[in-house]
Design a protein around this ligand. Sequence first.
Ligand code: SDX
Length: 428
Amino acid sequence: MADLKATLNLPGKDSFELPIKQGIEGFDVLDISKLGTQGYFTFDPGFLATASCESAITYIDGAQGILLHRGYPIDQLATQSSYLDVCYLLLNGDLPNKEQHSNFVQTVTQHTMVNEQLSTFFKGFRRDAHPMAMLCGVTGALAAFYQDSLDVNDERHREIAAYRLVSKMPTLAAMCYKYSVGQPFVYPRNDLSYAGNFLHMMFSVPCEEYHVNPVVERAMDRIFILHADHEQNASTSTVRLAGSSGANPFACIAAGIASLWGPAHGGANEACLNMLEEIGSVDRIPEFIAKAKDKSDPFRLMGFGHRVYKNFDPRAKVMRETCHEVLKELNIQDPLLDVAMELERIALEDEYFVSKKLYPNVDFYSGIIMKAIGIPTSMFTVMFALARTVGWISHWKEMLDTPGHKIGRPRQLYTGSAHRDFVKLEKR
Ligand code: SDX
């Protein structure tokens, strides 16, 4: 690519050239890594215009509403692929051939059990603990159980950590749910699909045979695909920053879970359903739209808006179609869907939302589908974390696979006290 440069004219200094790095798609970037030599840092709280790394995993075009995983559009993957197929793609860079797919599925299937001691670990939690609190804890605890193959500088060890996490997250997620409802943990079964096994671990009970509903199984797998990865979002950036110090991979994923839990991020699916339930009926929608527009009111329309998408979130479109399919095939009439559809219609016509380019995001419809499947609201963000684990660990691997990667260490604009001498207590 052409050797492009930008010229910076700083007060009292000679002009300074910044190399321009070009990507395959999307924005080019100004390489400011040498800017410190000129006595300046850049300032970008919230990283609105800052690229933290190079990556080949996911590409998002926020203006066009485009999402590609290793070049493949999300709508094609969601409707034609499977979650484990997408996991292989994210982790390895290409879709697997038949043999690679079969071997990957077998490897994941045969590592879904967790150390039996982890069951005891749960007993320390209150039964009413939020499932995300438990998931954060037990995922970090994996570091205490899987102490082999943890040289993060060893490529094979990184691959083992990735496979363990993709395999075991559904088991841990289901354990969080079972513990919260006081039912016995259910062991994974190797004769079921990834999504089917998760549903089995979530909903089967010892008293009767559990049959996986193929409609629900397909919807679950699609929900996992739609949440698998999303470039350098807050939780993925958290995992990268934690991993940049060489930290334990399980601890890094626990850090990602903590970040995802926030209502501005992955916690929005739970918050969105709670909001739809609070709205309750179509005639109360104007009241909540007004609250969302009121600057003095911290209320925001959960499931709307996005840092990158200033168009429809392509995942929301697939999620909306899936929502209608699942409710129809399960013969469920959910008034919340009516509220959601009317809220979407009104918001998309409202000048405030149009001018600020606030569209429904991935969290807007997912809650309605998960509620239809029988997943409690408190488990919604656990589902997001389960699905996003492959994205987190793919970025962790990509960072550590990159020769010469550095520990992340941002600088700051200091606005505290200038130098001053200590004053003894008796003189204050
Ligand atoms: C996810 O980054 C990712 O990729 C995340 C994610 C992923 O897959 O990892 O896509 C998953 O987190 C999706 C987003 C889920 N969060 C929500 O649905 C919560 C509601 N949304 C907002 O909190 C907000 O839209 C954010 C956090 C998603 C984005 O916030 P930004 O980019 O920091 O934008 P902003 O807060 O500066 O908002 C811009 C303007 C503001 O008004 P002004 O100050 O310019 O007057 O839009 C307003 C905001 O007040 N605004 C909203 C709004 N979202 C933004 N007003 C009402 N309701 C909203 N939902």
